[in-house]
Design a protein around this ligand. Structure first.
Ligand code: HEM
Length: 399
């Protein structure tokens, strides 16, 4: 039995590190109103910001299927967030953008990266040492997606440390003062502007050059649109995949029997990844702004309110997933998870994230007969409400 809690815990470090007790407590009365951002120097707000959290699978589905009522233009409220292409757009502009960038980000293009990503995964593990204790986040889970996105965008490896600082600053609402966040975000935008100008002058074999050259029905992308898209890739493509890898390896480190079975039977690799996306969804929630008054369950929600689509809660809804709080890769319904969203804003990077997770799991299974927890605590990140993941994850790679 969970102790009585307030829904406001969802906006605090405790609720960011482990939101599940609050989801269980408030799925009944969902949608639930909670304090999303307090006023003060961390958030840069003079007034506290309240939001509605949608915790049921059915409510989440209905909202994401109705972008006219639930607008993605949340930067009108979250003013320190840079406007990112697609994520913060609504149709019809979103539809045009998505067609343009999908061309440069096609499944074929992603599949062709497989060999290179596999090499990168092995290089990281070679550098970390063959076997023994590792801190997984710093040695592998952070650098792999970072190298992949940076390589795709065509930006130099020496700039990777800045990317991490920038993406943290954009998504963190706890721990980094608002002015520092704004400064780092501005730095990222200046950096991207310079890269785009360089590729316009001299195209290369990379995604930014492809975006510069992309045309659909005679329309091409403006610098601001390319910058917004590069920013979304740097941020959406990094933090999320890092957390998928970390959450997956922690769950497996606690399940030696599953590790053995997966080593022998690789058809388990995909169901394991899908179940991690459901059970510990790397993207927990994403905001929408209501464009008109709307009633959901017992709640009358006015126009202009923040509504959080709580993917992490929908993915544990007992109405859809039997025994939702247990990790069962072989469950028949795990393909109904909403870990990548659905509909208009369905994750553009899902094929890439799945590819990186598959390569990671197969590479670790190939190289390490056993996997266990290491010394020292595994520490959850507590700064970014959007994400569920580890800051530090000590493991032992055995053989
Ligand atoms: C495990 C990893 C990932 C997870 C769990 C994830 C999750 C999500 C979710 C839930 C959304 C929908 C947001 C909304 O409702 O507004 C989304 C959108 C998006 N994601 Fe991902 N993502 C991941 C990896 C990636 C990667 C690797 C990339 C790119 C390299 C990426 C790029 C995007 C983009 C561009 C959108 C916006 C799509 C649109 O609005 O049309 N994501 N992602």
């Amino acid at each position: 039995m969970d102790a009585p809690i307030s829904p406001d815990v969802l906006g605090t470090p405790t609720g960011i590190a482990d939101p599940y007790p609050a989801y269980r407590a408030f799925r009944g009365p969902s949608p639930v109103r909670y304090l999303r951002l307090p006023a003060g120097p961390m958030t840069g707000r003079t007034e506290p910001l309240y939001a509605w959290g949608l915790l049921r699978h059915a409510d989440v589905l209905a909202a994401i299927r109705d972008p006219e009522t639930f607008s993605s233009q949340s930067t009108s409220v979250f003013k320190t967030m840079p406007k990112m292409s697609l994520l913060h757009d609504d149709p019809p502009h979103h539809t045009r953008m998505r067609r343009l960038v999908s061309k440069a980000f096609s499944p074929q293009r992603i599949a062709s990266l497989s060999e290179w990503i596999g090499r990168t995964a092995n290089e990281l593990l070679d550098t970390a040492g063959t076997k023994g204790p590792v801190e997984l986040m710093a040695t592998y889970a952070v650098p792999l997606p970072m190298r992949v996105i940076a390589g795709m965008l065509g930006v130099p490896a020496s700039d990777y440390p800045s990317f991490k600082l920038w993406s943290e600053a954009v998504i963190a609402y706890v721990g980094i003062p608002a002015e520092e966040r704004a400064r780092r975000t501005q730095e990222m935008m200046v950096y991207l502007t310079q890269i785009i100008a360089a590729r316009r002058a001299q195209p290369a074999e990379d995604l930014i050059s492809a975006l510069v050259a992309t045309e659909v029905d005679g329309a091409s992308l403006t610098d601001a649109e390319i910058r917004g898209f590069a920013a979304v890739l740097l941020i959406a493509g990094n933090e999320t995949t890092t957390n998928l890898i970390g959450n997956m390896m922690a769950l497996l480190a606690d399940r030696p029997e599953l590790w053995q079975r997966a080593r022998e039977n690789r058809s388990l690799v995909e169901p394991i990844i899908e179940e991690v996306l459901r059970y510990e969804s790397p993207v927990q929630r994403f905001p929408r702004i209501t464009t008109r008054p709307v009633r959901i369950g017992e709640a009358e929600i006015a126009a202009g309110e923040v509504v959080d689509i709580v993917y992490g809660a929908a993915n544990r809804d007992p109405a859809v997933f039997e025994d939702p709080d247990s990790f069962r890769p072989e469950r028949p319904t795990n393909n109904q998870h909403l870990g990548f969203g659905l509909g208009t804003h369905f994750c553009l990077g899902a094929p890439l994230a799945r590819l990186e997770a598959r390569i990671t799991l197969n590479t670790f299974l190939d190289r390490f007969p056993t996997l266990g927890r290491g010394e020292g605590p595994a520490v959850r990140q507590q700064a970014a409400p959007v994400s569920l993941g580890y800051k530090s994850l000590p493991l032992v790679l055995g053989g």
